[in-house]
Design a protein around this ligand. Structure first.
Ligand SMILES: Cc1cc2nc3c(=O)[nH]c(=O)nc-3n(C[C@H](O)[C@H](O)[C@H](O)COP(=O)(O)OP(=O)(O)OC[C@H]3O[C@@H](n4cnc5c(N)ncnc54)[C@H](O)[C@@H]3O)c2cc1C
Length: 418
């Protein structure tokens, strides 16, 4: 059934996350009639979740190295970021009345006085002023004919069909299901022959099969100012030992490398350097000062500030007989192998790799299989580390898809509007 209220929809945006809402804003600003269809009772749930642990909107890193964060997709993202850049994103938040500041490692946050909910509220008010209609509890079920969409009004149980002139799909990835990003949309796309790369957890914790003794004795404990390496990739920072393995930004950043390593061997070795600020020679010299009779635990604590849980960790993953020579001990402290047996489940991950395969899209992010249907945000097959690169990627692809949609509308205006 075609709903009368939706019959005038010129642009349908499916998914009320950052990618979809920015696309909606850009198209409404260009004078188009836009409706957002969102399955949840409210929009922007994952956007708000992102705000819980520090709302890292983007990064002040220069564009060449910023775009390198998207690894193999750098050339594409260079173009997306050029179109809607990190400074455009900062300007956008400022225009919504929320100033930003640059924190450590270039991370950009809203000023301390502003809560994520305030940004979302200001954004929704702006969308309202632009005439964007938001239909919550409206779940997209799939395609109908050449340009139609099937939508379920979950409040009434009624299924409607709409025929927008253009559609932007921005349904998110497949983690944190409770925010609405359930990844179920792949069925509708594969049904029309669009290839989707299977989802994989990204920016997630790593599993280590600790002994029962270790789990009980250490539980959760931070390791500060360390470096972890997987293959040629090394990341510094702080990690957290947990009952199931490891958490923390350096581990998240190594997810792609760990995933690849796990494809070759299990467990995959993650090498921990407990003293990345000391040269190997300086470390060796300090270790050579250990006097006979001093326990390793008290020596490591006093000479190198490596207190608990380090001695227990060395016994857990080090050789059965810990080395005594300064050289071997220096090697162990800088190359401690943490045997990673897997990545944490998809639903726990901050983001997901996988999604709509790039070869299914043209340069405007329009599906080859379905002219007039564009894709944006995390449902595309890319991944990037934390640090503001995820939201920026979603905003930039949202703006890019909106530009493609506007162009397509202009080219096809005669067909649609006589
Ligand atoms: C814990 C956590 C912390 C994070 N912190 C940060 C951070 O600090 N910085 C950063 O850059 N990124 C962060 N992220 C990642 C960021 O939030 C996401 O990358 C971003 O929200 C993805 O945007 P999106 O618009 O593509 O999809 P989403 O935000 O997932 O939005 C997709 C929307 O589509 C809707 N939807 C799904 N299926 C349907 C359907 N069938 N019909 C209608 N609607 C549907 C969903 O309900 C959802 O509202 C964090 C993520 C998590 C989980």
């Amino acid at each position: 059934m075609q709903s009368a209220a939706d019959s005038g929809t010129q642009v349908a945006i499916i998914g009320g996350g950052p990618a979809g809402m920015l696309a909606a804003q850009r198209l409404a600003e260009a004078g188009h009639r836009v409706t957002i269809y969102e399955a949840q009772a409210t929009v922007g749930r994952k956007f708000l979740v992102a705000g819980h642990g520090g709302f890292n909107l983007t990064n002040a890193e220069p564009l060449p190295s910023f775009s390198a964060r998207y690894a193999a997709h750098q050339p594409r993202f260079q173009e997306f970021l050029g179109h809607f850049s990190p400074s455009d994103l900062r300007q956008w938040t400022t225009q919504l009345g929320i100033p930003t500041f640059v924190g450590t490692s270039g991370r950009v946050f809203p000023e301390a006085d502003y809560k994520p909910a305030q940004l979302l509220k200001a954004w929704l008010a702006r969308l309202g002023q632009l005439g964007v209609i938001i239909r919550t509890r409206h779940r997209w079920l799939g395609f109908a004919g050449a340009s139609g969409l099937r939508i379920l009004n979950e409040a009434t149980g009624e299924e409607i069909s709409i025929n927008p002139a253009v559609t932007i799909l921005a349904l998110g990835g497949a983690s944190w299901r409770k925010t609405g990003s359930d990844g179920l949309w792949t069925t509708a796309l594969t049904e029309i022959g669009v290839r989707c790369t299977p989802f994989q957890p990204s920016n997630c914790g790593a599993e280590v099969n600790w002994s029962a003794f270790f789990r009980e004795k250490v539980g959760r404990a931070p390791l500060k100012n360390i470096a972890v390496s997987c293959g040629p990739h090394t990341v510094r920072g702080e990690i957290m030992l947990t009952e199931y393995g490891l958490e923390g930004t350096p581990v998240y950043a190594l997810t792609p490398a760990l995933r690849e390593a796990l494809g070759h061997s299990n467990p995959a070795p993650l090498l921990l350097n407990l003293k990345p600020d000391l040269s190997w020679e300086a470390l060796r010299q300090r270790l050579a000062q250990r006097r006979a009779g001093t326990t390793l635990a008290s020596f490591l604590s006093s000479a190198l500030r490596l207190g608990p849980p380090v001695p227990t960790l060395l016994r857990e993953v080090g050789p059965a007989a810990l080395p005594t020579s300064p050289e071997e001990l220096a090697h162990l402290l800088t190359h401690l192998p943490l045997p990673v047996s897997g990545l944490r489940p998809l639903d726990e991950a901050i983001s997901t790799a996988g999604g709509v395969a790039w070869e299914e899209l043209n340069e405007h992010l329009m599906l080859h299989q379905r002219p007039g249907t564009f894709v944006a945000g995390e449902m595309l097959d890319w991944e990037a580390p934390t640090g503001g690169y995820l939201l920026q990627g979603c905003f930039s692809t949202g703006a890019w898809a909106a530009q493609g949609a506007a162009r397509w509308l202009a080219q096809n205006a005669k067909i649609f509007f006589g």
